[in-house]
Design a protein around this ligand. Structure first.
Ligand SMILES: *Cc1c(COP(=O)(O)O)cnc(C)c1O
Length: 382
């Protein structure tokens, strides 16, 4: 049996005709940039997130960058980010000319630890970017309180978390802006790059719309520096076909996650740390991420058995060479560093079959049954 990390083919087959019809309409109409499809998706995604505005941009990384600029972050400002996330979260801060200030995570959820944020606030701090990692929202209430106290913008990096909820609130409801990515592997993925920002703020929405068209307003007059960063019509056309299925897919992911957790606890309860989900959270399981002893050995074994697995993310951002000038060193963010050494994500997509999941868990069990050291898990969050 083969179990890839992600298989997009079944979803494509089921939507093929609608997708072709949408592409045909766009190509016949010959309107490719910022047309009706982008408008429709912006409105639908904004409504879905209970936000006033959606601003389609070229990708999730630009969504972060343009959010920062829209919130007025400038060269020399500081922006607080978790160190355990995809590079783009901090990359966007640096691209805005600002300084990423890295904060450690809560080891249970892998999200930024609100209790450690305030110590990182200085006079230069302008914003916080909580990341909703793996599809579970960060602890937004204390983050919002700190932001209010120090007049900071909140930019929610929801690239992995479209559709997730926190205490009944949607992504973006407690933030100044929130950003989505439509990268093909994300929960709502296009067939290329794409992204969107949502916000309730009239002025920020308007500024971001101007920034994505070179800062041009009116056309060919430039008062601010912008970029070429648009969600294109063809991607929006594909996403408009996929979007109505998003909640069904999120539910399917949650069911797969429950199956993994049940099987793992049954067969490997003393070895593997399964995902911790806060009771008040609706987790959309962009990734199903466990902690295992002897991770590299297991990963190699799974590969031989035809099973995909991935490490998100192996190197914390505060230790990345590109940020070496910021002066962080090993040991500065211990929970982030521990997580980076132990996490392993298993195959996860809405079309994953029960037999495939059983095979994955059986093979993990097989690996550890022959394992010389019989390493016990050190942590438990259940
Ligand atoms: C994917 C991702 C991004 C960047 O999105 P792109 O569309 O690939 O630019 C940013 N942050 C996180 C947490 C992501 O997972």
């Amino acid at each position: 049996m083969k179990v890839p990390m992600l298989d997009l083919s079944e979803q494509y087959q089921s939507l093929k005709e609608e997708i072709f019809a949408s592409l045909e309409e766009i190509m016949s109409g010959s309107r490719f940039i910022l047309g009706d499809n982008v408008k429709k998706l912006e409105q639908d995604v904004a409504d879905y997130s209970s936000a006033k505005y959606g601003v389609g941009v070229a990708n999730g990384s630009d969504a972060l960058h343009i959010s920062l600029l829209g919130c007025g972050v400038k060269a020399g400002d500081e922006v607080i980010v978790p160190a355990f996330t995809f590079f783009a979260t901090a990359g966007a801060v640096a691209r805005a000319g600002a300084v990423p200030v890295f904060v450690d995570i809560d080891p249970k959820t892998y999200n930024i630890d609100p209790a450690k944020i305030e110590a990182a606030v200085t006079e230069k701090t302008k914003a916080i970017i909580p990341v909703h990692l793996y599809g579970q929202m960060a602890d937004m209430e204390p983050i919002a309180e700190i932001a209010k106290k120090h007049s900071l913008a909140i930019i929610e990096d929801a690239a992995q978390a479209i559709g997730s909820k926190y205490k009944g609130k949607n992504v973006g409801e407690l933030g100044t802006t929130a950003t989505y990515s439509f990268f093909p592997t994300k929960n709502l993925g296009g067939y290329g790059d794409g992204g969107m920002i949502i916000t309730n703020d009239d002025d920020i929405a308007e500024t971001m719309r101007v920034i994505r068209v070179h800062g041009s307003k009116p056309k060919y007059y430039h008062h601010i520096l912008g970029y070429n960063s648009r969600l294109d019509e063809l991607q929006a056309g594909i996403l408009n076909v996929k979007f109505p299925h998003l909640n069904t897919w999120s539910e399917a992911r949650r069911e797969k996650a429950a199956v993994y957790t049940e099987l793992l606890n049954e067969k490997l309860g003393d070895l593997v740390v399964t995902p911790f989900v806060e009771e008040h959270n609706y987790h959309v399981f962009h990734q199903y991420t466990i902690q295992v002893p002897d991770r590299s050995g297991l990963q190699e074994f799974l590969k031989e058995k035809g099973i995909g697995s991935m490490i998100y993310y192996p190197k914390p951002l505060h230790l990345q060479p590109v940020f070496s000038e910021l002066g962080y060193k090993e040991g500065d963010l211990p929970e982030t560093e521990k997580a980076a050494e132990a996490v392993l994500s298993l195959p996860m997509f809405p079309e994953l079959k029960r037999e495939q999941q059983e095979y994955v868990i059986d093979q993990i069990a097989a690996y550890f049954s022959n394992h010389p050291a019989k390493v016990k898990k050190e942590t438990s969050f259940a």
